[in-house]
Design a protein around this ligand. Structure first.
Ligand SMILES: Nc1ncnc2c1ncn2[C@@H]1O[C@H](COP(=O)(O)OP(=O)(O)O)[C@@H](O)[C@H]1O
Ligand SMILES: [Mg+2]
Length: 279
């Protein structure tokens, strides 16, 4: 285990009945980086994330968060992280401020600091003006930013986001990322994000892991992975022409077949009805 890492998974395996959702996952997220776990629906991203957040039980030694074993003191791990789950976590019948206050209470933000910390979190995601409206009146992008504020109110060292931009229009997607990056610049927080939007990962992630059938199949900076494929294709280390995209890299490591599978890239209809339901 690397104690300098924010997250380390060693041979992480998680089985649901007959399905090996995560199958020997090795993964290190370095402190301070934005790490993207990429892959089509069904790759095992959410299951891996839920193991890291201690929401699913893991045996000792498989998952560490800032050196804490996720099978041991779960509260110690949970105190270090903020989590935006794939499913909706905001309540439409409460205002933005009430939603964030609820999380501040659950995460044990000291009572006398609470109002100010809630205000800061809402301001950080650009919701100061909408704070006292019901979340049910928010757009999809605003709901996602509200969930970001909920995760940020406890000032986590590690922010984990599961498909933060799924189902959002391009402007709302950019908005979510801009707010994440602003908080990161201010606090040095580490970010672990899952997405199947390869273009987004290319733009915003320091390093990415391409996950397929429960395991990381390729790892590196987006540019390293794209250059690596260009070199393999051309058989030279100074390939010419436009670089392949991250999606090309993924098709290469997954060995084709990606499009035929349920959950392949052609099947990226929003699985997140939730944002729209509230929005
Ligand atoms: N609660 C569950 N019960 C049974 N199977 C599950 C459950 N959650 C996920 N799976 C299965 O595990 C595999 C990985 O799912 P998941 O981790 O949600 O992938 P991803 O987040 O990459 O889309 C899929 O085959 C999925 O059907
Ligand atoms: Mg998922």
């Amino acid at each position: 285990m690397n104690t300098n890492s924010a997250v380390s998974c060693t041979g992480l395996t998680y089985v649901f009945g007959e399905t090996k959702a995560v199958d020997g996952l090795d993964l290190t997220v370095r402190e301070g980086e934005v790490f993207g776990l990429l892959g089509p629906n069904g790759a095992g991203k959410t299951t891996a994330i839920r193991c890291i957040t201690t929401l699913l039980p893991v045996p000792p030694g498989m998952v560490h968060v800032f050196g804490n074993d996720a099978s041991g003191d779960k509260m110690a791990v949970r105190r270090l992280l903020g989590y935006v789950p794939q499913q909706l976590s905001a309540d439409a019948s409460l205002t933005g401020r009430q939603n964030v206050t609820l999380f501040a209470r659950v995460f044990d933000v000291a009572r006398r600091e609470r109002a100010e910390r809630v205000r800061q979190a809402l301001t950080a995601v650009g919701l100061a003006d909408a704070a006292d409206r019901l979340a049910g009146t928010y757009s999809g992008g605003m709901v996602r930013r509200l969930e970001l504020a909920q995760a940020l109110v406890s000032a986590p060292r590690l922010l984990i986001l599961d498909e933060p931009t799924i189902g959002l229009d391009p402007i709302a997607r950019t908005g979510v990322w801009e707010h994440i990056n602003a908080v990161r610049a201010a606090t040095g927080m580490t970010v672990l994000v899952t997405t199947h939007y390869m273009d987004e990962a290319d733009q915003y992630c320091d390093r990415v892991g391409l996950m397929h059938h429960g395991r990381v199949r390729a790892l590196g900076t987006p540019l390293e992975l794209r250059r690596g494929l260009a070199e393999r294709r051309s058989g030279t280390d100074v390939p010419t022409g436009p670089l392949p995209t991250l999606e090309d890299v993924f098709r290469d490591v997954a060995g084709g077949g990606l499009d035929d599978e349920p959950g392949g890239f052609r099947d990226v209809r929003s699985t997140r009805r939730t944002a729209r339901r509230v929005g």
